[in-house]
Design a protein around this ligand. Structure first.
Ligand SMILES: Cc1cc2nc3c(=O)[nH]c(=O)nc-3n(C[C@H](O)[C@H](O)[C@H](O)COP(=O)(O)O)c2cc1C
Length: 226
Protein backbone atom coordinates (compact mmCIF):
# COMPACT_ATOMS: atom_id res chain seq x y z
CA UNK A 1 0.00 0.00 0.00
CA UNK A 2 1.55 3.37 -0.94
CA UNK A 3 2.37 5.73 1.86
CA UNK A 4 0.58 9.08 1.84
CA UNK A 5 2.13 11.80 3.96
CA UNK A 6 -0.33 14.49 5.02
CA UNK A 7 1.51 17.66 6.00
CA UNK A 8 -0.39 20.03 8.27
CA UNK A 9 0.95 23.46 7.33
CA UNK A 10 -0.65 25.59 10.00
CA UNK A 11 1.36 26.02 13.21
CA UNK A 12 0.08 29.03 15.14
CA UNK A 13 -1.56 28.76 18.59
CA UNK A 14 -5.32 28.57 18.24
CA UNK A 15 -5.09 27.53 14.60
CA UNK A 16 -8.47 26.81 13.09
CA UNK A 17 -6.95 24.70 10.39
CA UNK A 18 -6.51 21.77 12.72
CA UNK A 19 -10.25 21.10 12.30
CA UNK A 20 -9.76 20.99 8.53
CA UNK A 21 -6.79 18.69 8.98
CA UNK A 22 -8.62 16.31 11.33
CA UNK A 23 -11.48 15.97 8.86
CA UNK A 24 -9.20 15.34 5.89
CA UNK A 25 -6.97 12.88 7.76
CA UNK A 26 -10.04 10.89 8.78
CA UNK A 27 -11.32 10.99 5.19
CA UNK A 28 -7.98 9.76 3.84
CA UNK A 29 -7.95 6.88 6.32
CA UNK A 30 -11.49 5.92 5.34
CA UNK A 31 -10.51 6.10 1.66
CA UNK A 32 -8.51 3.01 2.48
CA UNK A 33 -6.00 2.94 -0.38
CA UNK A 34 -3.09 4.59 1.41
CA UNK A 35 -1.00 3.98 4.45
CA UNK A 36 -1.58 7.45 5.94
CA UNK A 37 1.15 9.24 7.86
CA UNK A 38 0.51 12.66 9.38
CA UNK A 39 3.18 15.30 9.85
CA UNK A 40 2.04 18.27 11.86
CA UNK A 41 4.61 21.03 11.34
CA UNK A 42 3.71 22.45 14.75
CA UNK A 43 4.95 19.21 16.29
CA UNK A 44 7.85 18.65 13.90
CA UNK A 45 9.33 21.98 15.05
CA UNK A 46 11.94 22.32 12.35
CA UNK A 47 14.07 25.39 13.02
CA UNK A 48 14.46 27.93 10.26
CA UNK A 49 16.64 26.29 7.63
CA UNK A 50 20.03 25.81 9.28
CA UNK A 51 21.92 23.64 6.80
CA UNK A 52 25.09 25.06 5.23
CA UNK A 53 24.84 23.01 2.02
CA UNK A 54 22.32 23.03 -0.78
CA UNK A 55 19.87 20.16 -0.17
CA UNK A 56 20.64 18.82 -3.67
CA UNK A 57 23.92 17.56 -2.17
CA UNK A 58 22.20 15.67 0.66
CA UNK A 59 25.10 16.56 2.93
CA UNK A 60 23.01 17.18 5.99
CA UNK A 61 24.65 18.31 9.20
CA UNK A 62 21.68 18.41 11.56
CA UNK A 63 19.89 15.40 13.02
CA UNK A 64 16.49 17.04 12.46
CA UNK A 65 17.30 17.27 8.74
CA UNK A 66 18.41 13.64 8.56
CA UNK A 67 15.17 12.60 10.27
CA UNK A 68 13.00 14.80 8.05
CA UNK A 69 14.80 13.49 4.97
CA UNK A 70 14.14 9.87 5.96
CA UNK A 71 10.49 10.63 6.64
CA UNK A 72 9.89 12.31 3.28
CA UNK A 73 11.96 9.69 1.45
CA UNK A 74 9.62 7.03 2.83
CA UNK A 75 6.49 8.67 1.44
CA UNK A 76 5.05 7.91 -2.00
CA UNK A 77 2.58 10.80 -2.24
CA UNK A 78 1.73 13.94 -0.32
CA UNK A 79 -1.14 16.18 0.66
CA UNK A 80 -0.29 19.64 1.92
CA UNK A 81 -2.97 21.28 4.04
CA UNK A 82 -2.57 25.03 4.01
CA UNK A 83 -4.26 28.24 5.07
CA UNK A 84 -3.84 31.45 3.09
CA UNK A 85 -1.73 34.11 4.76
CA UNK A 86 -1.60 37.41 2.88
CA UNK A 87 -2.40 35.59 -0.35
CA UNK A 88 0.50 33.22 0.24
CA UNK A 89 1.13 30.07 2.24
CA UNK A 90 2.72 29.81 5.69
CA UNK A 91 6.45 30.30 6.15
CA UNK A 92 6.63 27.06 8.17
CA UNK A 93 5.49 25.10 5.14
CA UNK A 94 8.00 26.78 2.84
CA UNK A 95 10.72 26.10 5.39
CA UNK A 96 9.85 22.41 5.62
CA UNK A 97 9.85 22.11 1.83
CA UNK A 98 13.15 23.95 1.39
CA UNK A 99 15.04 21.64 3.75
CA UNK A 100 15.06 18.83 1.17
CA UNK A 101 15.36 18.29 -2.55
CA UNK A 102 15.51 14.79 -4.10
CA UNK A 103 13.32 13.36 -1.38
CA UNK A 104 10.34 15.13 -2.97
CA UNK A 105 10.95 14.35 -6.60
CA UNK A 106 8.73 12.25 -8.83
CA UNK A 107 5.95 12.02 -6.27
CA UNK A 108 2.39 13.30 -6.67
CA UNK A 109 1.06 15.98 -4.36
CA UNK A 110 -2.44 17.24 -3.68
CA UNK A 111 -3.63 20.25 -1.73
CA UNK A 112 -6.26 21.12 0.83
CA UNK A 113 -6.62 24.88 1.15
CA UNK A 114 -8.94 27.00 3.23
CA UNK A 115 -9.61 30.68 3.74
CA UNK A 116 -12.15 33.37 2.94
CA UNK A 117 -13.67 34.18 -0.40
CA UNK A 118 -10.76 32.71 -2.39
CA UNK A 119 -10.69 29.45 -0.39
CA UNK A 120 -6.92 29.63 -0.08
CA UNK A 121 -6.42 29.26 -3.83
CA UNK A 122 -4.07 32.25 -4.04
CA UNK A 123 -1.77 30.44 -1.62
CA UNK A 124 -1.95 27.38 -3.84
CA UNK A 125 -0.80 29.33 -6.88
CA UNK A 126 2.45 30.05 -5.10
CA UNK A 127 2.74 26.60 -3.61
CA UNK A 128 2.31 24.86 -6.96
CA UNK A 129 5.06 26.95 -8.47
CA UNK A 130 7.45 25.96 -5.69
CA UNK A 131 6.69 22.23 -5.61
CA UNK A 132 7.11 22.01 -9.37
CA UNK A 133 10.72 23.12 -9.06
CA UNK A 134 11.28 20.12 -6.80
CA UNK A 135 9.68 17.81 -9.38
CA UNK A 136 6.78 17.07 -7.13
CA UNK A 137 3.81 16.48 -9.41
CA UNK A 138 0.74 18.51 -8.42
CA UNK A 139 -2.59 16.90 -9.24
CA UNK A 140 -5.31 19.25 -10.41
CA UNK A 141 -7.99 17.74 -8.18
CA UNK A 142 -8.01 19.72 -4.95
CA UNK A 143 -10.01 20.53 -1.85
CA UNK A 144 -10.61 24.28 -1.54
CA UNK A 145 -12.75 25.48 1.35
CA UNK A 146 -14.20 29.03 1.12
CA UNK A 147 -15.31 30.71 4.34
CA UNK A 148 -14.28 27.47 5.97
CA UNK A 149 -15.22 28.46 9.54
CA UNK A 150 -18.89 28.07 8.59
CA UNK A 151 -18.27 24.31 8.49
CA UNK A 152 -16.75 24.08 11.97
CA UNK A 153 -19.19 23.39 14.81
CA UNK A 154 -19.00 24.64 18.41
CA UNK A 155 -16.87 21.63 19.36
CA UNK A 156 -14.30 22.50 16.72
CA UNK A 157 -15.30 19.62 14.47
CA UNK A 158 -15.56 20.26 10.75
CA UNK A 159 -18.88 19.12 9.33
CA UNK A 160 -18.29 18.54 5.63
CA UNK A 161 -20.88 18.90 2.90
CA UNK A 162 -21.16 16.48 0.01
CA UNK A 163 -19.00 18.55 -2.32
CA UNK A 164 -16.17 18.58 0.20
CA UNK A 165 -16.31 14.82 0.64
CA UNK A 166 -16.42 14.32 -3.13
CA UNK A 167 -13.50 16.62 -3.82
CA UNK A 168 -11.42 14.91 -1.13
CA UNK A 169 -12.15 11.49 -2.63
CA UNK A 170 -11.42 12.71 -6.16
CA UNK A 171 -8.06 14.09 -5.10
CA UNK A 172 -7.10 10.89 -3.28
CA UNK A 173 -8.18 8.81 -6.28
CA UNK A 174 -6.00 10.90 -8.57
CA UNK A 175 -3.01 10.67 -6.23
CA UNK A 176 -3.42 6.92 -6.23
CA UNK A 177 -3.73 6.81 -10.03
CA UNK A 178 -0.56 8.82 -10.48
CA UNK A 179 1.33 6.76 -7.93
CA UNK A 180 0.19 3.48 -9.50
CA UNK A 181 1.10 4.53 -13.04
CA UNK A 182 4.55 5.64 -12.00
CA UNK A 183 5.08 2.47 -9.99
CA UNK A 184 4.17 0.32 -13.00
CA UNK A 185 6.40 2.31 -15.29
CA UNK A 186 9.33 2.02 -12.89
CA UNK A 187 8.77 -1.72 -12.57
CA UNK A 188 8.67 -2.08 -16.36
CA UNK A 189 11.84 -0.04 -16.70
CA UNK A 190 13.57 -2.31 -14.22
CA UNK A 191 12.40 -5.40 -16.13
CA UNK A 192 13.85 -3.95 -19.32
CA UNK A 193 17.15 -3.48 -17.55
CA UNK A 194 17.05 0.28 -17.45
CA UNK A 195 18.67 2.27 -14.73
CA UNK A 196 15.51 3.34 -12.99
CA UNK A 197 17.18 6.32 -11.41
CA UNK A 198 17.47 7.64 -14.96
CA UNK A 199 14.13 6.37 -16.17
CA UNK A 200 12.57 9.78 -16.48
CA UNK A 201 12.54 9.49 -20.26
CA UNK A 202 10.73 6.17 -20.17
CA UNK A 203 8.15 7.37 -17.72
CA UNK A 204 7.85 10.82 -19.25
CA UNK A 205 4.42 12.29 -18.71
CA UNK A 206 3.79 10.18 -15.67
CA UNK A 207 6.26 11.96 -13.50
CA UNK A 208 9.13 14.23 -14.47
CA UNK A 209 12.48 12.50 -14.59
CA UNK A 210 14.32 10.92 -11.72
CA UNK A 211 17.92 11.89 -11.25
CA UNK A 212 21.06 9.96 -10.41
CA UNK A 213 21.81 12.20 -7.46
CA UNK A 214 18.65 10.98 -5.81
CA UNK A 215 19.92 7.42 -5.94
CA UNK A 216 23.31 8.41 -4.57
CA UNK A 217 21.84 9.84 -1.43
CA UNK A 218 19.27 7.16 -0.75
CA UNK A 219 16.78 5.12 -2.68
CA UNK A 220 16.42 5.19 -6.42
CA UNK A 221 12.84 5.91 -7.50
CA UNK A 222 12.44 2.25 -8.56
CA UNK A 223 13.33 1.14 -5.09
CA UNK A 224 10.02 2.43 -3.80
CA UNK A 225 8.67 -1.10 -3.53
CA UNK A 226 7.65 -1.04 -7.22
C1 LIG B 1 -1.29 36.40 9.07
C2 LIG B 1 -2.66 36.09 8.48
C3 LIG B 1 -2.92 36.43 7.18
C4 LIG B 1 -4.15 36.09 6.60
N1 LIG B 1 -4.36 36.35 5.28
C5 LIG B 1 -5.45 35.83 4.68
C6 LIG B 1 -5.59 35.89 3.27
O1 LIG B 1 -4.78 36.41 2.56
N2 LIG B 1 -6.69 35.32 2.72
C7 LIG B 1 -7.66 34.69 3.47
O2 LIG B 1 -8.61 34.15 2.92
N3 LIG B 1 -7.55 34.64 4.82
C8 LIG B 1 -6.47 35.18 5.43
N4 LIG B 1 -6.33 35.10 6.79
C9 LIG B 1 -7.44 34.55 7.57
C10 LIG B 1 -7.28 33.04 7.66
O3 LIG B 1 -7.96 32.43 6.59
C11 LIG B 1 -7.83 32.51 8.98
O4 LIG B 1 -7.29 33.25 10.06
C12 LIG B 1 -7.52 31.07 9.18
O5 LIG B 1 -8.06 30.65 10.41
C13 LIG B 1 -6.02 30.81 9.17
O6 LIG B 1 -5.72 29.45 9.35
P1 LIG B 1 -5.14 28.91 10.73
O7 LIG B 1 -6.14 29.30 11.79
O8 LIG B 1 -5.07 27.44 10.56
O9 LIG B 1 -3.81 29.57 10.95
C14 LIG B 1 -5.12 35.43 7.38
C15 LIG B 1 -4.84 35.12 8.71
C16 LIG B 1 -3.62 35.41 9.25
C17 LIG B 1 -3.32 35.02 10.67
Amino acid sequence: MPKLMIVVGTTRPGRAGISVAEWFIDHARRHGEFDVEVVDLAELELPMLDEPNHPRLRQYTQQHTVDWSAQVDGADAFVFITPEYNHGYPAALKNAIDYLHWEWSDKPVGFVSYGGVAAGTRALLQLKQVVSVLKLVPVSEAVNLPFFSQFIDEDGVLQPNEEMEQSASAMLDELLRMETRWRRCAAAALTLGHDVSRAGGLCHGLRPGGHPARAQGGRAPGARSA
